[in-house]
Design a protein around this ligand. Sequence first.
Ligand SMILES: Nc1ncnc2c1ncn2[C@@H]1O[C@H](COP(=O)(O)OP(=O)(O)OP(=O)(O)O)[C@@H](O)[C@H]1O
Ligand SMILES: [Mg+2]
Length: 229
Amino acid sequence: MIKLFITATDTDAGKTYVAQSLITALVEKQLRVAVYKPISAGCEKVVTSQGTQLVNEDALLLANAANCQQTLANVNPIAFEEPIAPHIAAKKHNKPIDLTFLEKHYQSITTNPCDVLITEGAGGWRLPLGNGQFLSELVQSTEQDVILVVNMKLGCLNHAILTYQSIISDGLTCVGWVANCLDNMPYLEENIAELEQFFPMPLIAKLAKQTDIKQAAAKFNLQPLLAQC
Ligand SMILES: Nc1ncnc2c1ncn2[C@@H]1O[C@H](COP(=O)(O)OP(=O)(O)OP(=O)(O)O)[C@@H](O)[C@H]1O
Ligand SMILES: [Mg+2]
């Protein structure tokens, strides 16, 4: 199974958008794709026949794009209502984030018969969980490869290089990066070229601001990811 973790230079950089597009591209190739959003903060309270459920939009979008029939609780086991740093929400509600639980949950998803398991992080690479732990430790213990989404805007070179260096110093492999071109960045091509020169991993997609996920999916070069199959 190919295990990919989607991180980014920051929150709102396009992790979910990239994950949705990548999943769509993989599903089009007849691959079975499962998804994991370990922690979310920013949910809607939905009343169901089984009680109240916290529904996170990212988890819903990932689950809808994937094709392994997972429930929302399976995709996103830890959810907080307020859109704040998860470890602060956890402290407020006296529900500490348990890294071992997140690891076990990940392993349970890997028992699905799927070809690719895509995990979306929260925030950036070094997301605190509380108690001195970070979400990056989950990526290490579950041995996932990383895809780095760079929100192409002024200041992104610093964020992108620092994030890449942290991933590498954690002993992990970055298998590709995505240039998410949401802003009208001056000298965009020069900035992309700078990162292409710095990063050893390939640019797997350059996405313009476009809302159609199928069009975004068509932009991906899947070869560097599927080479592991
Ligand atoms: N290339 C794009 N074209 C159009 N819209 C985009 C693109 N990339 C991101 N967006 C939109 O920008 C917003 C932020 O993107 P997204 O939710 O994917 O970021 P994120 O990194 O997942 O954020 P979070 O840290 O909250 O999970 C969303 O409304 C998303 O649909
Ligand atoms: Mg997201």
